[in-house]
Write a protein that binds this ligand. Sequence first.
Ligand code: COA
Ligand code: AMP
Length: 630
Amino acid sequence: MSYAETYARWKADPEGWWMEAARAIDWFDPPSRALFEGRAPLYEWFSDGTLNACWNAVDRHVEAGNGARVAIIHDSPVTGSITRITYAELRDRVARLAGALAARGVTKGDRIAIYMPMVPEALEAMLACARLGAVHSVVFGGFAAPELATRIDDCTPKAVIAASCGIEPGRVVHYKPLLDEALRLARHQPDFCLILQRPQEIAALHPGRDLDWGTAVAEADPVDCVPVPGNHPHYILYTSGTTGQPKGVVRQTGGHLVALHWTMRHIYGVSPGEVFWAASDVGWVVGHSYICYAPLLHGNTTLVFEGKPVGTPDAGTFWRVIADHGVTTLFTAPTALRAIKREDPDATRTADHDLGSLRTLFLAGERADPDTVHWAEKALKVPVIDHWWQTETGWPIAANPIGVQALPVKVGSSSVPMPGYDVQILDEGGHPVAPGVLGAVALRLPLPPGTLSTLWNAEERFCKSYLSHFPGYYETGDAGYVDEDGYVFIMARTDDVINVAGHRLSTGAMEEVVASHPDVAECAVIGVADDLKGQLPLGIVCLNRTCTRDASQIVPEVVALVRDRIGPVAAFRHAVVVERLPKTRSGKILRATMSRIADGTPGKVPATIDDPAILEEIAAAFRGIGYPRA
Ligand code: COA
Ligand code: AMP
């Protein structure tokens, strides 16, 4: 069946279409129907079925006789180790870990925070929660203690599962001390913490609160999968919004499993047993969907890579991993390829490895720039497919569904809407615009299974952030257009969210931190274009009149403050001190205008600007730190 027929079949009968997709999942009690719209515009899927995510991802493959198949390959150049775990071993490890949690009172609906690097135990922790019907919330390791504390206070976990350390090139990240600091800052305290002691750093444990993972699991009895309703929260994943308070995206179990399973064959074109590698991190949505759940649900081998595209040890690492493990499908962010390209522009290192297993490269997380796409096509000689989605949706909104039909690639576009998504480009008044015209990208409600059902503890914020601006639609926060052939082009964000090395970050959150410096009167943080990371944050700071200290003293302090409060992942390294910020007459800071000045792409200055002369001062300050880049 062609893409057009598949999409048309979904559109003609969404209910029947999703019920059919749901048959790929094992249910204890099958759902009576797909869509539950009793609380529209809040929708749910498969609410009256019962199932278990861990059963579907792990146990059922063992029951089907595939226990000897490798479920997880952990390839860790930073520790010099490669580990393989079969589905049968994974089931036993997860059942015992779940037993260890259950023995300490963890039960269906409890939240568990997970703060771990890229080790197989991170997936085991997620699966053990799912086995019990507990709701995991994984926090990315590059966030600092206050960010972890904010998430702990919001989801009030019964336990925190963490590792003693993570390993970044050239330094050990002290996860356990970061967790201790987060718990010192947090109002909520978990009943216990389960700590995976890695040989690279043995953490000190707090008696009475911290448990050693190895001991707890060795002493535990395995437990079975607990049935949960289709609308039971599977996990909470926090993502950046426009303020410092992150949004806790809630994903419900039934729709999540149905949608993810469908994508593996139809979008990614893989068959069970093949090796699937999403080179991301479990702390991001890509890690949840395509390192952990989707490949395992589908009976694939998932690759957990603990390293970087460059420097671990060199720019040939990705190619070595593909060859060593027979990877058929690689999913990464364009920034990773740009990092490789910068070190090996002619991709000479591909010649050192047999890349014959690789069929397709998928890109997401940020706009795939044509240079990078062409470079990868030439280097790897496989189709390079950009696809677009967000933490909120959990799976691709637009893609080239090679498992259905490989459509012609249009570089610069993330291809066409997937079944379940009715993509519309709207003008400010909420009216659909003509093909080729730029507007706000919106999705007609209801969103498909697997997308967010609400924000944790914040239903009103969910409605306000996503559903209120364009009634009847979900607002993606992206701007773009759809061409005459129905291809979607995502061009920019419409809000204050920036994308740094494929990581989504809030400039608003950074502004809150910068503004908390005692000498700062006022500030703005903007995104500026960067060849490697796509965007980088840049601070523009006005000091208090009473401040007698020099900019050269304040700027490093502000930089350190963002690193300590938000984390190294923010990559906040530059700030300038100016006398005044450019504003409209009503007092709105002209962030977009400043971004354009820093990027050297001046556009129209808003007519409502209060004092145009300030822009020259801003431009001079930017020139002082090398913006615009040559
Ligand atoms: N734990 C602790 N710290 C982390 C971390 C983690 N899991 N991940 C990143 N960091 C730190 C890094 O060590 C770095 O710290 P530094 O300032 O001391 O050097 C900082 O956060 C910024 O990290 P990163 O953005 O990864 O930059 P980098 O310079 O280390 O590497 C790339 C650049 C392009 C190689 C890297 O960003 C990359 O591989 N990106 C792919 C992104 C991706 O997969 N995104 C997921 C969406 S699909
Ligand atoms: P995240 O929630 O971290 O996955 O970030 C989602 C955001 O990243 C989207 O809203 C887009 O702004 C951006 N993004 C992700 N994938 C793409 C893509 N293929 N093309 C353009 N932008 C993308």
